[in-house]
Design a protein. Structure first.
Lengths: 111, 116
């Protein structure tokens, strides 16, 4: 069964304290892996799409990496405005146009 | 650029009342369209998706239905709401890419539905 698991469920960091969020997946074949940011009461905001193992993408303080079993979202020197829930989703080969979401990691950056 | 709209933003409805949520997309043609529900502490649950006008696939066959009367319009409906229908409803769109590449989905602002 296709699955996406995110860890940790919640993470509290001091401003400037770098860390990583994990997304592990089990799918029959990967078309792509997505990262989104979601603020309370708002729709998810697209961050990155990764297509193959070894691929990396960066945006400001965020960097996403992909292996054959998992993806990491690295946050370097975070600021309070980086506080949000980060969602990982996977598009599997056998799922037509549907993607599977993880439950997310709630990130809180303390000033 | 593409934009996606949802309305209303918030809705409070009594049990047993009907529901109609609307989603429209601008700046693209023939998008794939999706309805999700997000409950507290749970992930996004896909409810319906559509690859074209009048083409609806249901993932959760309960008291909800969806329709796509126009290319960039997607409507979520119910004849009689249940308490369990409360949640955050999200519409999303994507463009089908060639070669089987993954279709990035872009989300609307959402509708907060409370059923009392």
């Amino acid at each position: 069964e296709d699955q996406v698991t995110q860890s940790p469920e919640a993470l509290r960091l001091q401003e400037g304290e770098s860390s990583s969020l994990n997304c592990s997946y089990t799918v029959s074949g990967l078309r792509g892996l997505f990262w989104y940011r979601q603020d309370p009461g708002k729709g998810p905001e697209f961050l990155f799409t990764l297509y193959s193992a070894g691929e990396e993408k960066e945006k400001e303080r965020l960097k996403a990496t992909l292996t054959k079993k998992e993806s990491f979202l690295h946050i370097t020197a975070p600021k309070p405005e980086d506080s949000a829930t980060y969602l990982c989703a996977v598009h599997a080969m056998n799922r037509d146009d549907k993607i599977i979401f993880g439950k997310g990691t709630r990130l809180h950056i303390l000033p | 650029s593409q934009t996606i709209h949802q309305w209303p933003a918030t809705l409070v409805q009594p049990v047993g009342s009907p529901l109609s949520l609307e989603c429209t997309v601008e700046g693209t043609s023939n998008p794939n369209l999706y309805w999700y529900r997000q409950a507290a502490g749970r992930g996004l649950q896909l409810l319906f998706y559509s690859v074209g006008i009048g083409q609806i696939s249901s993932e959760v066959p309960q008291n909800l239905s969806a329709s796509r009367p126009q290319d960039r319009q997607f409507i979520l409906s119910s004849k009689k709401l249940l308490l369990s229908d409360s949640g955050f409803y999200l519409c999303a769109w994507s463009v089908r890419l060639a070669g089987g590449r993954a279709d990035t989905q872009y989300f609307g602002p959402g509708t907060r539905l409370t059923v009392l």
